[in-house]
Design a protein around this ligand. Structure first.
Ligand code: FEO
Length: 399
């Protein structure tokens, strides 16, 4: 590993010593189509300080990058901003190798590290707003509960105006281009939004509180260094503004039509709904689950105004892909959506009622009676689907 993996300078005193995971495609049901990075940072102050670690399989890569700058045994302090194992998988190895003077975490972080790794008695709990001197630099810790876990906190390095933001402001993107100004901007915009939709959307009220708290600190964020994806140094305010927008769940005139089909009947209905939406002035996007992952649907829901769902009835149930997708979306707790249901059936046709029940649990306002068809939609039933799309579009326009 030595002489292969190197640290990357972020500032004169801060180095990236993380790992690039080109293979992972699943983060708790979220399809991470571009892999990810686990970012760890070394602050080369008088007190050599490691901020976060990496997922366990990447231990050797992280240690090699640290060793390219300093003997890992010389690490004085370790900060654990977030206890989820993608950032603490190597914490015990670091403690064993470095015997650091202090390991800092929030109170909830210490409790989680005890439950996960039996490390609680080795952690020094830091207060919300508390600071520690690194000798020639100073770190302040700010709790960011539920962004992403109850333990989460961020660390601010005053001298470099650098925020170590753990999961917040991150994205799942494997890349050797570690800074935003080295990456394709459209890719960053997409992956940051997808990450927010799939991880932070249900925690939006906490994101709003955290942004308010950050604003009240009266400090500059020249650099934001998250634990996943590129480091924001060109325009850190851009991702802060995006979080403010996403957490407010501002809705647009976009309508998502999510469906699956057995014999193309529900698909034909979906296409009629899409035509009706478009004729009514909405921006329709059809998402057949045969080719769309649940996490892609979640990404589209981030700014959609309506969620229209179509399913065949299979053995008196929803089609399994729809049940999966609706369960996942319900957990993300989107607010302020309009919706409707449609679907074909051979016998009893329970699917549309099940969809409406599920949308109701999500707080979706049902705009139209469901459109149903037996076996294959005839012209009149397709016109009902078209009218359903028009009704949703009209409601989107007038709210
Ligand atoms: Fe990247 Fe919540 O862990």
């Amino acid at each position: 590993m030595k002489d292969i993996f190197h640290a990357v300078a972020v500032t004169d005193r801060v180095y990236w010593v993380g790992a690039v995971d080109w293979t992972t495609r699943n983060f708790h049901g979220y399809f991470t189509s571009r892999g990810t990075t686990y970012n760890a940072f070394l602050v080369m102050s008088e007190k050599v300080t490691l901020i976060d670690t990496v997922k366990a399989p990447f231990r050797d890569e992280m240690f090699a990058r640290i060793a390219s700058i300093v003997d890992p045994g010389k690490i004085d302090y370790v900060v654990s901003n977030h206890s989820e194992p993608d950032h603490t998988g190597c914490l015990k190895d670091v403690i064993d190798a470095a015997r650091p003077e202090k390991v800092f975490a929030s109170k909830n972080g210490a409790a989680a590290l005890e439950r996960l790794f039996g490390l609680g008695d080795q952690v020094s709990v830091v207060a919300d707003g508390g600071s520690v001197s690194l000798g020639d630099a100073n770190l302040t810790f700010i709790e960011t509960r539920m962004c992403h876990w109850p333990d989460s906190m961020v660390s601010y390095l005053h001298e470099d105006e650098l925020l170590f933001s753990q999961d917040a402001f991150g994205m799942h993107l494997a890349t050797y281009q570690l800074f935003d100004d080295e990456c394709d901007e459209a890719t960053l915009d997409f992956e940051a939004a997808k990450y927010y939709a799939n991880i932070l959307l249900p925690l939006s009220s906490f994101v709003i509180k955290t942004l308010d708290k950050a604003g009240s600190l009266g400090v500059n964020f020249r650099i934001i260094a998250p634990d996943h994806g590129p480091i924001w140094r060109r325009d850190p305010q851009k991702i802060i503004d995006a979080y403010a927008r996403w957490s407010a769940q501002v809705r647009t005139d976009k309508a998502i039509v999510v469906y699956d089909t057995m014999w193309k009947s529900t698909e034909l209905m979906a296409r009629s709904v899409g035509e009706g939406l478009t004729a009514g002035g909405a921006k329709a996007k059809l998402m057949p689950l045969e080719g769309s992952h649940r996490s892609d649907v979640a990404m589209e829901i981030l700014d959609a105004g309506a969620l229209i769902v179509g399913s065949p009835t299979l053995n008196k149930q929803l089609f399994p892909t729809l049940a999966d997708c609706l369960c996942y979306l319900k957990g993300l707790q989107p607010k302020g959506l309009l919706g409707a249901a449609f679907g074909s059936h051979g016998w009893s046709g329970e699917a549309t009622a099940l969809i409406e029940a599920s949308l109701g649990e999500m707080g979706v306002e049902i705009v139209s009676a469901p459109a149903k068809s037996r076996h294959a939609p005839d012209t009149e039933e397709l016109q009902q689907c078209y009218a359903l799309g028009q009704a949703v579009a009209a409601k989107l326009k007038n709210r």
